[in-house]
Design a protein around this ligand. Sequence first.
Ligand SMILES: [Ca+2]
Ligand SMILES: [Ca+2]
Length: 393
Amino acid sequence: MKHKIIGLIVCVLMILNTSTIIGTSTDTTKTTQETVMNIIPKMTHNNHDNWAPNPSFEEGDSMPTGWTYSINNTSKYHWDSTISHSGEKSIGALNFSNDTRWSCWITTDFIPVDLVEETYEFSGWYKFIGTSTKQPSALFELDMYDENYTHLGGSGQGFNYSLEWKYQSWNTSGMGGTIVNETRYVKLKLYQVYFTHTEPDPLIEIRFDDIYFGYGNDAPSPPSISGPSNGKIKVSVVYNFTTTDPDGDDTYFFIDWGDNTTNGWIGPYNSGGTITATHTWSEPGTYKIQVKTKDTYGAESNWSEPFTIYITSKMLLIGYVQSAMNQGDECIILNLSIALIIKLKPINLKMYSSVQVLILNNELHGVLGSKFLAVLVYALVLSKAPFTIHSFR
Ligand SMILES: [Ca+2]
Ligand SMILES: [Ca+2]
């Protein structure tokens, strides 16, 4: 995932215990036979299945199904329709206490994980309600449990104040040493927490909605480009682009044609499939096409390697051939000396003491000898030396 963690990255190093940093939460670590029965079987999970129960908090009677909160003194919790990111409801955590500096929603069921072999992503949306100089963090945390459902600690990240709904994500691969290898189950926790020793502001609430916990999403690979490496002005050229998403997700493409135009994001297309796009350049020149891709979950690839295309225009070339290099079947690069180049539309005449031109083989009219040429052709001037009297002998 390439979501930028903009907020303060508070790696809550809680191999020790959650309570050492953000207060006491031992009431959430109890295990009962009943909760064990509710374990979600891992085999039902596909790449992007969301293991967070009731992730949009829409279901439930008196409480959102699958979630509860940690009782601590005077903290307060909301689950209602006053505000939501999607659907009608979201959950809120308030902190009315002066001596307790956190409040937290937590999932009721144990979610089986393999933190050693797999990378998991924990993400969601949050929004602050209320302005204050005392700004708590929105903390996403995993509580870790061993095979006997014994609490091992917690690991998470805190994110900064935002009055707009904001998406944040972290994944377990980035948490290194904070992951306990004996972990077999986790619970998800969503906090309002004051990391610094500030007296909590009772008026600030943090709302959470649309939570995701599951396998981490990987970006598709930078696309490959295939198509002609030369063309003519005002004639459309066809290119093929292909990419593969490691998760098999559908993909979008963003094509930069090198002439300050793009196609914007186009898609979605099947992973591994080939898409076709055409483009027309209006000026002769050397252009570099680049393309990037993203999956339907927003994970974006790097840019592809630049693909160079030479766009030619019609001209009359007269000069001495110094050397010639074939560029496939379609074009030749010539080094000319004492060359006269007359461009058509608009007419423009120039002389060069030496010049390198790329010419297209098709539609070539005239004399192309090993020493001398006089041709009407589609060509592109690649590099040139200024005309000097000295070059005439
Ligand atoms: Ca919702
Ligand atoms: Ca993906």
